[in-house]
Design a protein around this ligand. Sequence first.
Ligand code: NAD
Length: 436
Amino acid sequence: MHNESSLWNRSKLQLKQSAKRLSLDPFLTKILLEMDRVIEVSLPLKMDDGSTKIFTGYRIQHNNIRGPYKGGLRYHSQVSMDEIEALAFWMTMKNAVIDVPLGGAKGGIQVDPKKLSEKELKKLTEIFIQKLIGVIGPYSDIPAPDVNTNPKIMGWILDEFKVQNAKLKNKYKEGELKAVVTGKPIEKGGSEGRTEATGLGGSYVLKEIMKNLKKDPGNITVAVAGFGNVGKYVAQFLQKMGFKIVALSDSKGGIYIESGIPDIKRIQKCKEEKGLVNGCYCIGSVCDLNNKKRLGGVDILVNDIWELPVDVLVPAALENVITKKNAPKIKAKIILEMANGPTTKEADEILEKRGVLVVPDILANTGGVLVSYFEWYQNLHREKWSKDKVIKSLQEKMENAVDNVFAFKDKYKVSLREGAYMLALSRIEKAWKKEN
Ligand code: NAD
């Protein structure tokens, strides 16, 4: 029986279905149904108080037919193999959808970073990198930030990689060394525009879809579930493009204002100050509950957001949130999957039957890895792009990806998700045939 919550099982079913429709070489399908390499390392750490603890680290490389393995590292107490395998596989698909010469990987450490001091976290990261020497490298496997990892940690990774390579007398040039990891601080070779890239990329995707559907963003209402790195930027940029953002939420609840939330940037400040979106009814610089009535605002619970009367729903937090339970009640006509894997397979089928256009994660949230690719490219070519150039290149690549996915959808009369998978698989097959 198919387990609705297993992300990797769901991905395998999707992969088999799209491969069959495309008449993909069965040998290639078999290759893609497996991980190329699964690495598990033990990480013994001396704690500040003199005690010792053993942590476990993973790096899972799914496939490198189109280029070096690429994908984030997450530090989380519940990092699971199933989740990392699905995420590694999706990286292979995403990089093919946006047409960058990279493969897919993912990894992480089973740890709650909030329980470690900065010194312990830095040491743990260094031990992890020591164990991954020979695995990661500028031409082999390039990590990036993910859940609970950030530019500072990427900087530590670069520093440790340099130390270890000097010991091994490896002859990487300075730019090549920098290219071992992306999402670095700008002063260590990071790219302009990386922080907001996923949210901005997703908003270009929706804008391009509106253009294809000949719809004016000014008449489109949007609800965004999740207000972290992805949610806050996608909401901000969609508003800037003219969409009407009417609802926002985080893990503690949210707000709904039918006439439109006036200023997303102000809500970001309010959330930073209060720690939650709930109650952020802002007029000018003042955000409080007194404004709620004036704005016609309504408090919402975490799960209320799915059933709001809006045109577009943007899941931007967790996986498996749109399920067979809430899918029949969704009123939106478009779902923009900014989170990874937010829609279960059962929900997907219900939504398709109901004519809801689901813009798949492997298209919608690729802006981050795209700018990671730009960073890697700049490092290797000793270039430094302006923010304008990064954003222009991001927009161009995202719009092309949308148009190419739509072309597959129309040619094969399939869903957008299937169109995206078929586009990715056809590109991977082309590269594979060149090699074989
Ligand atoms: P984050 O940790 O910065 O933010 C997550 C947000 O979700 C927080 O605001 C949190 O309060 C909220 N949240 C948690 N549970 C919720 C719930 N039940 N309902 C509503 N909101 C809830 O994470 P992020 O970097 O913004 O990532 C969000 C999603 O996007 C994840 O699925 C991630 O894998 C995916 N993603 C992120 C990037 C990136 O560049 N950061 C790129 C691609 C995909």
